[in-house]
Design a binder for this molecule. Structure first.
Ligand SMILES: [Zn+2]
Ligand SMILES: [Zn+2]
Length: 236
């Protein structure tokens, strides 16, 4: 059987652009770059999921979350939004490389297993929606691709038409932090024929920055009866 596994796939690393031999066709980054991915490590903030520096009196909530109430119950992210992961997310999202969805979602799946996230208590996975004008620009919703892989791995129902974005908002990164919460206010709606009463939902996106977008999506879901909203992003 050894022979079958000896195929190698010559690739160009998407991060450092050097040539490398991949062992399967779904490797897009070389081993040295893979090792450089910065992991988010515990202790995590019980609200936004960022790594907590061990300073100050309050050890469970980060200073940012103490100042600003987020409407989801808790967020989780396996990686820090920098270096290799930042580049890969950029390639995935803006350069049409939808095939990166699988390896990127695998990092999220590993994290769910490693930290034993309560996936069995979830009724639905909902991808963070894109407004239709932005969907046209990008051709796919990166959050939907990540959600599909996670939902099929853990056999959780995927809700694609439930949450929509009906107001095109400016890209959050173009705005100063204080404006990000008002930029997304009232920009989501829930489809009328969905019964979300008492459901536990996992909202999936690629990156959590201020948490403003996820928070607004969460309050919209909760206003229609959703019980718990957890947020899972690849990076924060
Ligand atoms: Zn590389
Ligand atoms: Zn926090």
């Amino acid at each position: 059987m050894r022979g079958i596994t000896e195929f190698v796939f010559p690739k160009i690393c998407l991060s450092c652009k050097s040539k490398f031999n991949a062992l399967d066709n779904e490797n897009y980054i070389c081993q040295p770059c893979r090792a450089k991915i910065k992991r988010n490590i515990p202790p995590f903030c019980l609200a936004c999921g960022r790594h907590l520096e061990k300073q100050g009196l309050n050890k469970s909530i980060c200073p940012g979350c103490l100042r600003k109430k987020l409407h989801f119950d808790r967020a989780f992210s396996p990686c820090l939004y920098e270096g290799v992961i930042r580049e890969l997310i950029h390639e995935f999202k803006y350069n049409g490389k939808d095939y990166l969805g699988k390896p990127l979602s695998e990092i999220m799946i590993e994290f769910i297993r490693e930290y034993d996230l309560p996936i069995d208590y979830l009724d639905l996975i909902i991808p963070m929606p894109l407004h239709k004008t932005r969907l046209r620009e990008r051709e796919f919703n990166q959050a939907e691709i990540l959600s599909r892989h996670i939902a099929s791995e853990f056999k959780v129902n995927l809700a694609l038409e439930t949450l929509t974005r009906y107001r095109p908002t400016k890209t959050q990164t173009e705005l100063p932090i204080n404006n990000r919460f008002s930029n997304v206010r009232d920009s989501f709606s829930v489809s009328k024929n969905c019964n979300l009463q008492d459901k536990n939902v996992l909202l999936v996106d690629d990156v959590l920055t201020t948490g403003a977008t996820s928070s607004e999506a969460a309050i919209t879901l909760k206003n229609t009866g959703v019980n718990i909203v957890f947020v899972l992003t690849l990076a924060n």
